[in-house]
Design a binder for this molecule. Sequence first.
Ligand code: TXA
Ligand code: MG
Length: 325
Amino acid sequence: MVKSLSAEVRDAAQALARGDLIGLPTETVYGLAADALNPLAVAAIFKAKGRPANHPLIVHVADASQVSKFASHVPAFAQKLMAAFWPGPLTVILPRLTGVADAAAGGHATVALRCPSHRIALALLHEAHGLGVQGVAAPSANLFGRVSPTTAAHVREAFPSLLVLDGGACEVGIESTIVDCSRAAPVVLRPGMLLLSALSEACGEVVSVSSNAPYSTHDEAPAAPGSLASHYAPQARLRLLSAEAIQEKLPNVTVKVAVWARFTLPNSVAFKHVPMPSNPAECAHELFARLRELDVSGAQEIWVEAPPAGPAWDGVRDRLQRAAN
Ligand code: TXA
Ligand code: MG
């Protein structure tokens, strides 16, 4: 018998309350979720992903009223950011209440909090809250070092026996914008689809971009640049090139090249050619699914046309630069 969505959400909430892991759809990417206050459940996330246990997780909450259960202090600029962008693709880092969510926070003195806007995520967070789950820790539901998942099928590929709520293809498509609000002024640690100017306007402060985060905010960042095993990347070599460079190099290549580009290519020059959207939101939406598709296409290399300059492309550019090798 096919279960109704509400029955599936109820089952998933009960699984979380029991200490089990589930696959959670959000508007950004799918998460590998567990009760944030259950250290054993949180340990199971780290183990399933193969992620170092000192690498902190984002805690997802049903609404902003839950923040006080995790954070010791919420500066006015953080309140304003949450008011403007929650529910939505914004994560705030706040000073953490002593002894709360130690495992999820990887022992750090701060905690990352986010209220997602996906209706199934919100329904689940509310249902789980009713069962005593105050917050849900969820990193992206991919194995450490691999491409983030934007469909339920991507999650099942990595975790075949996991209970996954199917929320369709993630609308945003790249991970949330992370803003560190634990310092005197807000600092972006990971760009997403929220514009720096919109963040600054919403909180009434100049939001800056960190050039030197205390530790990587990309769990897929290569441990040693160039070591294939740990890339935030497909298996095939990904190269980020200008349109001119692609056109110039392509006729001379000896390997199978799949091209994702905004300019039009003459037929059959590339092994495979997929048009890249010229709108950053559309591009982010399809980015991770496209990398996966091109990776299994039989191509040995994936050549991606570098995104245009400008802040609207910061999130997409960041993910592509990290995937390039
Ligand atoms: O869109 C998203 O944020 C997705 C969905 C599932 O919500 N989640 C996600 O989680 O991207 P994850 O674990 O793949 O990336 C979260 C990043 C980590 O790389 C970590 O470094 C950073 O958030 N982070 C978590 N807690 C932090 C903290 N206390 N201070 C600084 N960075 C933190
Ligand atoms: Mg991730």
